[in-house]
Each structure stands twice: as C-alpha cells, then as structure tokens.
Design a protein around this ligand. Structure first.
Ligand code: COA
Length: 151
C-alpha cells in the first residue's frame, strides 16, 4: 500500500549505530546482528544503507550490496519497528535500495521459511523462490533464496 505515514528515506551512517542496534533487537529475535556487524553495514564501502525516519527517529532500515563483479545485488537486512508495520515502509525501503543497486541484473535475498509476512512482502515486490538452503539459520531452519530479475 502507499503510506500516509510522513516518513523519509535517506542514507544511514555510523552515527546511526545505536538506533540501528535498538531497531535490530526489536525486529529480530534470534537473528539480531552483533554491534560489530551493524557498524560494518553502516561503514563498509559499497554497501547501500538506508534508514526510514519519522520525526527524527529511525523506524526502518535496509542494507544491500553487490557481489559477483557487481552483477548480483543482495538485500542483506531489512527491518521495520513493530509499531510502524503494514504502512508501506519496507516496500519503500526495498524500492529505493533496489534502485541504488544500479549495476545488478538480479537481486537476491534469504528469508526464513517460517517468515510468512516477509515472504509475502517480497513476492508482492516481484521476487520468486529460486533455492532452498537447508538449515541455514540458527536453530536449523531452512532459508528460502528469493530472486528478482532487473530489466
Ligand atoms: C517484514 C517487514 C520488514 C515488513 O515491513 P512492513 O513495513 O510492515 O511492510 P510493508 O508495510 O511495506 O508491506 C507491504 C506488503 O507486504 C505484505 N506484508 C508485509 N508484512 C506482512 C505480514 N506480516 N503479513 C502478511 N503480509 C505482509 C503485504 O502484502 C503488505 O501490503 P499490505 O499491508 O497493503 O497488505 C517487517 O514485518 C519486519 O521488520 N519484520 C521483522 C524483521 C524481518 O522479518 N525482516 C525480513 C528478514 S528477511
């Protein structure tokens, strides 16, 4: 859906690490990244890092990067604070991140097989399942690998 929420999307930086840490812990139970990985996504060269903000507060975040000589884009993390969900924030973050993965011919991501909400979002955004990686996640759950062809 198109959101009536007055949020903005802009690049994040290492200065956002504490807010991102809070968001990460609110969004991911067993899969939350440690602080060092959050600093990495906020500072490594070539990484796309976008935050959704409302009234100066981070309400969502997406990270993306290219691999395979820039041909394949990967969405490496995506989360929206629970109280701001189902208002189009993730959809808009994904759309902007895809646009910034400009050299990619295909964009991929992994998602837990049980994460029905996220899978629905990605399918809605044009991703299709291409692989299953058995026992990829902590706790032994399989990952679905989803992919979107970029024209
Ligand atoms: C998955 C997540 C990022 C979605 O964020 P969001 O801002 O609520 O998503 P959007 O509002 O942009 O959703 C767009 C569409 O995706 C689908 N969708 C999103 N979340 C859904 C859910 N929980 N159940 C069913 N469909 C869902 C719907 O089609 C939705 O459109 P609609 O609200 O008009 O029906 C959010 O729930 C989240 O942060 N979850 C925890 C972290 C996580 O699982 N991240 C993904 C890891 S791969």
């Amino acid at each position: 859906m198109d959101s009536a929420l007055p949020f903005t999307i802009q690049s994040a930086s290492w200065r956002d690490v504490h807010e991102l840490n809070k968001l990460e812990r609110a969004c991911f139970a067993q899969d939350a990244w440690p602080l060092i990985d959050l600093l990495g996504v906020l500072s490594f060269p070539g990484v796309i890092r976008l935050k959704a903000e409302m009234n100066g507060k981070m309400i969502g975040f997406i990270g993306g990067e290219t691999r395979d000589r820039q041909q394949t884009g990967w969405i490496i993390t995506l989360g929206v604070l629970p109280e701001y969900r189902r208002q189009g924030v993730a959809q808009e973050l994904l759309r902007k991140c895809e646009a910034q993965l400009a050299s990619a011919r295909v964009i991929r991501l992994c998602v837990r097989v049980s994460n029905e909400g996220a899978i629905r979002l990605y399918k809605h955004m044009g991703y299709i399942q291409v692989e299953i990686w058995p026992q990829y996640y902590r706790g032994g759950e399989d990952a679905l690998v989803l992919e979107k062809q970029i024209l």
